[in-house]
Design a protein around this ligand. Structure first.
Ligand code: 13P
Length: 255
């Protein structure tokens, strides 16, 4: 793995998107063709659109990912989707441990590690999410909380080449508020140190994404922070122009 990670700009559509949303992805493809970016681009739509988008993005510069997977390969788990199914329908990435799943479904870091292991077992690159709540930040616990989540959420079997970390402060998600560049640098620096401890030299090549209210207007500043290797984007990934505006932070002529 190269020591300098190639940045990744990932769109997490969350529980948004119908067949009519495909027009927006068509527009994104056109925009990406017009001006190439020096980053990888990933879209994580809801499960219901994966098959259609896999066909749409086949052979293009856009990778496809899912927003969650079950830790087991198959079996009696009504309503769940396995990593093998995601691979089968064309995904190359899966997000695990998003704070909305930790909050809505009570997912523990131990479960997140099992999901990450399942994803990597199917050759999916796993984006493991961590981040503190507003109360935890106010109490000065940010580094401890994020460090603790990280330690438990990365599986013992983790392949560094298939691991991406996303730091998403819970209070910054969908709020329009972002940490200062200094705060982001502090947390990402701590994450990088932990990755070195865990993976040795390969820790330098892992991508650490920032997520939480990333927009075209703040992307360049956030992406310029040391140890920020891309973005995990929610709301602004739903509009091709906004998502493309964030990708602009990684276009040579825009830097
Ligand atoms: P927003 O970009 O809407 O704040 O969401 C961030 C996020 O949770 C991406 O996973």
């Amino acid at each position: 793995m190269s020591m300098e990670p190639r940045p990744l700009v990932a769109g997490n559509w969350k529980m948004n998107g119908l067949k009519t949303s495909l027009a927006e992805t068509g527009r994104l493809s056109t925009l990406l063709k017009e001006r190439s970016a020096s980053c990888d681009v990933l879209i994580c739509p809801p499960f219901t659109l994966l098959m259609e988008l896999a066909a749409f993005f086949a052979g293009s510069a856009v990778d496809l990912g899912a927003q969650d997977c079950h830790p087991q390969k198959s079996g009696a788990h009504t309503g769940d989707i396995s990593a093998e199914m995601l691979r089968d329908c064309g995904c190359s990435y899966v997000i695990v441990g998003h704070s909305e799943r930790r909050a809505d479904h009570g997912e523990s870091s131990e479960l997140v590690a099992q999901k990450a292991a399942a994803g990597q077992g199917e050759d999916l690159t796993t984006i493991i999410c961590v981040g503190e709540t507003e109360a935890e930040r106010d109490q000065g616990k940010t580094l401890d909380v994020v460090s603790g989540q990280l330690k438990k959420s990365i599986p013992g079997t983790a392949d560094p080449a298939k691991t991406v970390i996303a730091y998403e402060p819970v209070w910054a998600i969908g709020s329009g508020r972002t940490p200062t560049a200094g705060d982001v640098a502090e947390v990402h620096g701590m994450i990088r140190t932990r990755l070195f401890e865990r993976f040795g030299g390969a820790g330098q090549g892992l991508r650490i994404l920032y997520g939480g209210s990333v927009k075209p207007s703040n992307a360049s500043e956030l992406m310029a922070v040391t140890n920020v290797d891309g973005a995990l984007v929610g709301g602004a990934s739903l509009k091709a122009d906004d998502f493309n505006g964030i990708i602009d932070a990684y276009r040579a002529d825009a830097r």
